[in-house]
Design a protein around this ligand. Structure first.
Ligand SMILES: Nc1ncnc2c1ncn2[C@@H]1O[C@H](COP(=O)(O)OP(=O)(O)O)[C@@H](O)[C@H]1O
Ligand SMILES: [Mg+2]
Length: 243
């Protein structure tokens, strides 16, 4: 699915070059659940941004399904991004004046999905996330965990191949962290998604099939744990599973 070859990404910061990624080689399989772990400032978010086609590498290649994202035209990348990649962020990034349902529907607007169909699919996605009775609520009327579930519904309503999550539990308390991880695992398993979670949290990372560690823009990839691959990883964080 993904093949990254010697990927580098630098930023200008007050006249200084910051090497956010400094030669990353990484393969991510179709349907794999990978965690990328490491402390703050090591390049994890930058890596996720490149996987999602939100920015381009300075050097090296980011190949997705045989296509080099860095060599594609911007309109092609935008179209691939809209169809194939779902994003979930630490801060949920919901639009505050829209209801849960409208936030999810917004993800379908670029595809020209008509009103009634859009409402039906958005409601189905919210129901899958256990929020069918919260569809008309504003984000401010929902708990952090519920807001993150709305954000996950928004990412998944377009049925992407890949779900990219940047510190998805970073703003949540411990119980809710477990709940959101169970939700993500359940969806990964049920839908055959490729799931990449970036986190500084070792507990979160341990739930993945494979853990890569980022330090100073470089990555080291662990081997696949025979005891964890495809299992609920101990289901340590509570029993919530989407229906
Ligand atoms: N858009 C940007 N402009 C300038 N510097 C950036 C930008 N994005 C990331 N960086 C820098 O790149 C490094 C890695 O950042 P990041 O990928 O956000 O790390 P992490 O997600 O592991 O905390 C940091 O030094 C950060 O300040
Ligand atoms: Mg980050």
């Amino acid at each position: 699915m993904y093949e990254l070859v010697n990927v580098k990404k630098s930023f200008e910061k007050r006249g200084r070059q910051v090497k956010a990624l400094d030669g990353v080689d990484l393969t991510i399989g179709d349907g794999e659940f990978l965690a990328v772990r490491g402390p703050t400032g090591q390049g994890k978010s930058t890596l996720l941004v490149l996987l999602g086609g939100l920015d381009r590498a300075t050097e090296g290649r980011v190949i997705f399904d045989g296509r080099d994202l860095g060599a594609m035209r911007e309109v092609e990348v935008a179209s691939l991004r809209a169809r194939a990649f779902g994003f979930v962020f630490q801060t949920f990034n919901l639009l505050p004046t829209l209801s849960a349902q409208e936030n999810v529907e917004a993800a379908l607007v670029p595809f020209g999905v008509r009103g009634p169909e859009r409402r039906r699919r958005a409601l189905a996605a919210l129901e899958e996330l256990g929020l069918g009775d919260r569809a008309s609520h504003l984000p401010s009327e929902l708990s952090g965990g519920q807001q993150q579930r709305v954000a996950i519904a928004r990412a998944l309503v377009k049925e992407p191949q890949v779900l990219l999550a940047d510190e998805p539990t970073g703003n949540l308390d411990e119980d809710t962290r477990g709940e959101i991880m169970s939700v993500l695992e359940g969806l990964w398993r049920a839908r055959g998604l490729t799931l990449v979670i970036v986190t500084h949290d070792t507990w979160v990372a341990r739930r993945a099939q494979r853990v890569a560690v980022m330090r100073a823009g470089r990555i080291s990839v662990g081997s696949r744990g025979p005891d964890t691959a495809g299992t609920p990883a101990g289901a340590a964080g509570g029993a919530f599973m989407p229906a």
